[in-house]
Design a binder for this molecule. Structure first.
Ligand code: PMP
Length: 407
């Protein structure tokens, strides 16, 4: 996309001007957490400086301003996901809490001994462990949808796993290790044909792909703010109204109740039923600003820039001796995991840090997936809207140099 001015975009991110060990920062750890534009940082300051109080129960000016900001952010998230109504958006601390919320309310009510939960082998631990809780505590059975050697999701194999005991499908829309994009709309269609609800983990995909929860027709969709150029401590759960309104509460406390008496309690309507206590008010407002920022650039322009970075990175890394890229699926986002024969992923990450490069090394909270590929760790370079082709060159040169050193 010729009109994409990455230099201009980079100016929006103050941290990108840093020098690390005397070298310009090359930040390629975006799948773990993305950096924040001035628009978000300024919005946070503004909210704390002139719009701050607790939300919902106040009758004073600042309480109203904070409530407007917080509820306005909910509208922005609803728009971002194309939800039909903003009360289908529950604010959480992140994707992890959103998935735990669904597992512990919706899941625990419906899933008993011998009932099956289908996950993909690519799931992040955030979309595994909450279901393991149901295995441990309710006697549920977890089944794993496979990927092939290139990391392609195998939809026919997935379909074969569904039985009349399947009570839930929980699946990522984009692997945080391989970058594989899962055809979630197709997954939902297949599951719904058997009456099985589907949770989609959009922690990675929502940053890179257009998301339309009504088109996907998923029952639940989760996002996390810090990967979307927003603050930490904020995420969101989209849930179909018919589900949210029937679900029991998750955490108990203020804000989520209708009445509390000595011998009984009644609960509020969604989304407040699921937002016990003082919520992450300013973080939500910051997430709203991040969504505005992304929209101001445009997801499709961001995506074509990132796709071009991905293609270039894969070409450059393939030139390096004994480097093996893990995950070359046909549908793939801007994440490259690789293994180097001559040394451990941690050693490579540590060495290239000296060149100012930030990548992640390890299991990326996806141990079943690494087991599937027979590796104990990978290095991962993950790209964002502000990365450049020059940075790919810096990475490739640093890896080649480290490779010579270790060999
Ligand atoms: N799912 C995926 C695919 C992720 O990549 C992550 C974050 N690495 C999560 C869930 C969890 O997000 P958070 O830690 O923000 O709750």
């Amino acid at each position: 996309n010729g009109s994409y001015d990455v230099g201009r975009v980079r100016e929006d991110f103050p941290i990108l001007g840093m020098q690390i060990h005397g070298k310009p920062l090359v930040y390629l750890d975006n799948a773990a957490s993305a950096q924040k534009p001035k628009a978000v940082l300024n919005r946070l300051t503004q909210a704390y400086t002139s719009e701050y109080a607790n939300v919902h129960r106040g009758l004073h000016y600042l309480a109203n301003a904070a409530t407007e900001g917080y509820e306005g952010a909910r509208e922005k998230v609803a728009g971002f996901l194309n939800a039909g109504r903003s009360d289908e958006i529950v604010f959480t601390r992140g994707a992890t809490e959103a998935i735990n919320l669904v597992a512990q309310t919706f899941g625990r009510e419906r899933i008993g001994p011998g009932d099956e939960i289908v996950l993909s082998i690519m799931e992040h631990h955030a979309n595994i462990v909450p279901w393991h809780f149901l295995r441990e505590r309710q006697g549920a059975v977890i089944k794993w949808a496979p990927v092939d050697e290139d990391g392609n999701f195998l939809i026919d194999e997935f379909e074969k796993l569904l039985t009349d005991r399947t009570k839930m499908v929980a699946i990522t829309q984009m692997s945080n290790v391989l970058g594989t994009v899962v055809p979630v709309k197709e997954v939902v269609r297949i599951a719904h044909a058997r009456g099985i609800p589907v949770l989609v983990d959009g922690a990675q995909s929502s940053v890179h792909l257009d998301v339309d929860v009504r088109d996907i027709d998923c029952d639940f969709y989760v996002i996390t703010g810090h990967k979307l150029y927003g603050p930490t401590g904020i995420g969101a759960l989209y849930g179909k109204h018919e589900h949210l309104s029937a679900m029991p509460p998750f955490n108990g406390g203020g804000e989520m109740i209708r009445e509390v008496h000595r011998d009984y309690v009644t609960y509020g309507e969604p989304p407040h039923r699921f937002e016990a206590g003082t919520p992450p008010i300013v973080q939500a407002i910051g997430l709203g600003a991040a969504i505005d920022y992304i929209n101001s650039i445009g997801k499709s322009r961001i995506r074509s820039h990132e796709n071009s970075l991905l293609a270039y990175a894969q070409d450059r890394l393939r030139e390096i001796n004994s480097l093996r890229i893990i995950g070359t699926a046909a549908e793939k986002g801007a994440i490259v995991s690789f293994e180097m024969k001559s040394a451990h992923a941690h050693d490579f990450a540590t060495v290239i840090d000296r060149a100012g490069i930030a990548v992640r090394a390890g299991t990326h909270c996806a141990m079943p997936l690494l087991e599937r590929f027979g590796v104990t760790a990978t290095c991962r370079a993950s790209f964002a809207l502000y990365n450049t082709h020059d940075e790919v060159d810096v990475l490739a040169r640093a890896l080649a140099k480290a490779q010579e050193f270790f060999a």
